[in-house]
Design a protein around this ligand. Structure first.
Ligand SMILES: [Zn+2]
Length: 222
């Protein structure tokens, strides 16, 4: 990571970056700054190199009006565990509350109402499994707009912004955790609609995917 002095815009020496205290020293200004004040110097060759070698789970789709980065990373073990859990949990609850009583002709309304939370739980679980199987994260850049989508078919998280509003693209830690591992995300900094200064997209534990998503945005940002 190469950093620029926030005041004189000169490159900061690697030796003058102190990661422990998050501070940097600019030799020409003879001043100490917080690391968050500095902007990163983008190494174009390095970014291009990343962009030309998509990691596992990343795919570029050429659309008539722009390009879309499609991120599909499946955790087969996760899908398997959740599917088995759903089959047992839903099978037992719905089987004993609805299926067996109906087959035996002993079903009553009270019992039916008691079972509603299990039906809703099953619907949610099946949705999560479908998303894990067929869902994707997409970043589309076309006509000066960046469009982010995370979900399945048309249902999911959507974010839209002007590419010209982006001033910085960083990778930062998010608050989400899976299996005690923090997720990281692509942080877009700039002046967005509704006075927003930061928009976060692509939350994952996969570093390669984050670096690739960042490179994709930087390459098409111009
Ligand atoms: Zn300086």
């Amino acid at each position: 990571m190469k950093l620029k002095c926030p005041k004189c815009e000169q490159e900061i020496n690697i030796a003058d970056i102190n990661m422990q205290t998050d501070s940097v020293l600019c030799r020409s200004c003879e001043e100490i700054f917080n690391i968050n004040e500095c902007t990163e110097i983008i190494d174009k060759e390095h970014i291009k190199n990343i962009y030309n070698n998509p990691p596992n789970g990343c795919m570029i789709r050429e659309d008539f009006d722009g390009k879309t980065l499609i991120i599909k990373k499946k955790s087969l073990l996760g899908i398997l565990i959740l599917t088995i859990f759903t089959l047992i949990w839903s099978g037992l609850s719905i089987g004993s509350i609805y299926v067996m009583p109906i087959l035996n002709g002993k079903f009553n309304v009270e019992q039916g109402l008691f079972g509603i939370p299990f039906v809703l739980g099953t619907i949610i679980l099946v949705n999560v499994i479908m998303c894990m199987l067929f869902g994707a994260k997409k970043i589309k850049i076309a006509n000066g707009e960046l469009y982010y989508f995370n979900g399945l078919a048309k249902v999911g998280i959507k974010k839209r912004l002007q590419v010209s509003q982006i001033k910085e693209v960083n990778i930062t830690r998010s608050n989400i955790q899976t299996n005690n591992q923090y997720h990281y995300q692509v942080e877009l900094k700039g002046h967005f609609d509704n006075n927003k200064k930061v928009i976060n997209i692509v939350s994952t534990t996969d570093d390669e995917i984050l670096e690739y998503a960042k490179a994709f945005i930087l390459v098409h940002k111009k």
